[in-house]
Write a protein that binds this ligand. Structure first.
Ligand SMILES: C[S@@+](CC[C@H](N)C(=O)[O-])C[C@H]1O[C@@H](n2cnc3c(N)ncnc32)[C@H](O)[C@@H]1O
Length: 251
């Protein structure tokens, strides 16, 4: 399977923001029958986070959904917080998120590279942050740049909730888990391999490198199941082992 993976991934643009925007430009359908690999089309995963969010995030503050994609988690957050701002580096993702969220009065979206210096400007000061499936697709330098923007964004009262895939295996084991065989690859997985940078993993070790304990207080963390598109067709394999954490900057 390795030569096939190498051949498919060769076409992905090396420029990451361009890769993401090109990926989102090609998406015609979301949800369980759609084309987005990390979209299960259900709120099951969000419901597994709900108690943690209610326990630790100030419900009076707005929440910024960083790397919001087509906004499915932004819409779920709209029921818990007064205002949700979804931000994404891809203009096509933001357009789609806006189209899918027209009925939500307290949700808005902005195009923004959250690893860029000053990216937190014009976003609410003192906000909660929700971030799912973004840190594991960034390199170490971008993770550190994002962490600095998170610190400025949350201020004194906000908290960061993150949930990321933390699959302990090599890329072949990862794509096999998601239903790839030497004969066929589920369409949402093939689309991601063709168009996007190869993801890494993000667990406790990566968290303490990107958000070091000297600068960030770890409030709670643990394992979580990241739900993906059910296209694997293999019961239970649409779930990827993941990691969640709640953090606050040290003053
Ligand atoms: C795996 S997707 C997760 C999308 C969404 N959080 C979800 O769980 O449905 C990663 C998202 O992060 C966005 N992204 C990648 N790099 C980014 C950056 N530097 N700033 C903002 N968004 C970014 C991508 O465009 C993509 O929508």
């Amino acid at each position: 399977m390795i030569p096939k993976l190498v051949r498919l991934s060769r076409s992905a643009p090396k420029d990451r923001p361009l890769a993401w925007d090109t990926y989102w430009a090609g998406i015609r359908a979301t949800g369980a029958a759609g084309e987005v690999l990390w979209d299960s089309g259900t709120d099951q995963e969000f419901l597994s986070y709900k108690e943690v969010l209610l326990r630790h995030l100030d419900p009076e503050l707005p929440v910024v959904d960083i790397g919001c994609g087509h906004g499915s988690f932004s819409r779920a957050l709209a029921g818990l917080f007064p205002e949700v701002i979804g931000v994404d580096v891809s203009a096509h993702a933001v357009n789609r998120a806006e189209d899918e969220s027209a009925e939500f009065r307290n949700v808005r979206f902005q195009v923004r590279d959250m690893t860029a210096p000053g990216a937190e400007k014009d976003l609410p000061r003192e906000a909660n942050v929700f971030i799912r499936g973004v840190l594991h697709v960034l390199g170490a330098a971008d993770q550190a740049a994002l962490a600095e923007n998170l610190r400025l964004l949350v201020g004194q009262r906000g908290s960061v909730f993150l949930a990321e895939t933390n699959f302990q295996g090599n890329p072949v084991e990862y794509v096999s888990h998601l239903g790839a065989t030497s004969r066929s690859i589920p369409a949402p997985l093939e689309r991601a391999i063709r168009g996007l940078p190869m993801p890494g993993r993000f667990g406790p070790e990566e968290r303490s490198r990107a958000l070091p304990p000297t600068a960030w207080q770890l409030v709670e963390d643990g394992p979580v199941a990241i739900e993906t598109n059910p296209a694997t067709g293999i019961s239970g394999q649409g779930r990827v082992p993941g990691y969640y954490a709640v953090l606050r900057p040290r003053t």
